[in-house]
Design a binder for this molecule. Sequence first.
Ligand code: FES
Length: 397
Amino acid sequence: MQTIGHVRQWVRDAVHASRRLRGEGPPPVTSTFETRRHAPSAAAALVGRDATVVAIIRRTPDAVTLRLSTGPISFRAGQFVTLAVPVLGRVHRRNYSVSCAEGAVTEVEITVKRVPGGVVSTYLCAHAKVGDRFAVEGPHGSFVRPVGHVGPLVLVGAGSGVTPLYSILLSLGASDQEIALLYGNRSAEATIFRDELAALVLTQPGFRVLHAREDLAADVAPHAGGPTRAFAGRMDAQVLARMLDAVPFVSAPTALFFLCGPAPVRTAAREVLAARGIPGGRILEERYNAQDDRTDGESRSGIDTPAQPVTFKAMGGRTVSLTLLPGETLLAGATRGGLAAPFSCAMGGCGECRMRLCSGEVVMEEPNCLLPDERARGEILGCVARPREACVVEVRT
Ligand code: FES
């Protein structure tokens, strides 16, 4: 299940978030090691499928659901897809959690909340229309219920962080499994899926919703012990602790906890759960909603690098040598060289494109999600790394 891997995800997330907040600059990475391996990717073209917008559902004044016709696709509740969205002559990549019930389908829904100043979210919320076509890649992600898990679920989300949690809820159908959604928002009007959640508590006997609302002056008690109640205040550690006190199965040894939302909410949730002795192995966390739509995955670097020779050493012994174009990332170069290097976000936020720098020097866009021990091992992120001199790089394929 989620043990060491998840702890590393927490750490990666926390480090990434704190670096973003500190606005760290891009230090070069130098290595004189000798060979082994890791992976790269493309800068522009997604290896995916064409999807057409077939319906748009407004959820709040600044959030919409887009239903995309994708052709046959299978996904688990909690996973996300990557969209390539052309805006103002550029293609931008963004990851969005699927917000409909899991399964083998031909249409998926994503729900997008506008980020102030956000390039893609503003476009999708204000300008997307039925008939628009996007490239979609995925599904990706491990923010899913472990196969065979039987036990209560505690879902913690805020804002658009509710989207994968809503998919999990829908996927459980009319079961009587015990589920609590702890959901933070500024106001009732800003609450995505407000009416849908109110309807779900009527059809799922074990489901309850606990809202945290910044616009409330006082808590709103449930009617006759009903499944919906609201807590006054921002969803910080103090409010979360009060909310968890109202969940009777929170201490069940089989309970699983899903966290999705802004970094401060997830951090507070981890702290509160740790204080209650909940082991990290029972906590799953989604980090993609923390992406900053106000940056552009390809333009935020401001890093100019000249053409440089690079040798990629792939698993299985294959070696590809080529000259990277000025400004080209290692991931793009490796893909151009015919290597099937893994990647996902293409923005330095997931770690999927990790490579190992054997020799040479690269400069990476910062902040990114590389952990200190990964840096110490000479690992780099191919999607945001560009060579400053001749390099040799190991690539997972
Ligand atoms: S693809 Fe996500 S960090 Fe590079």
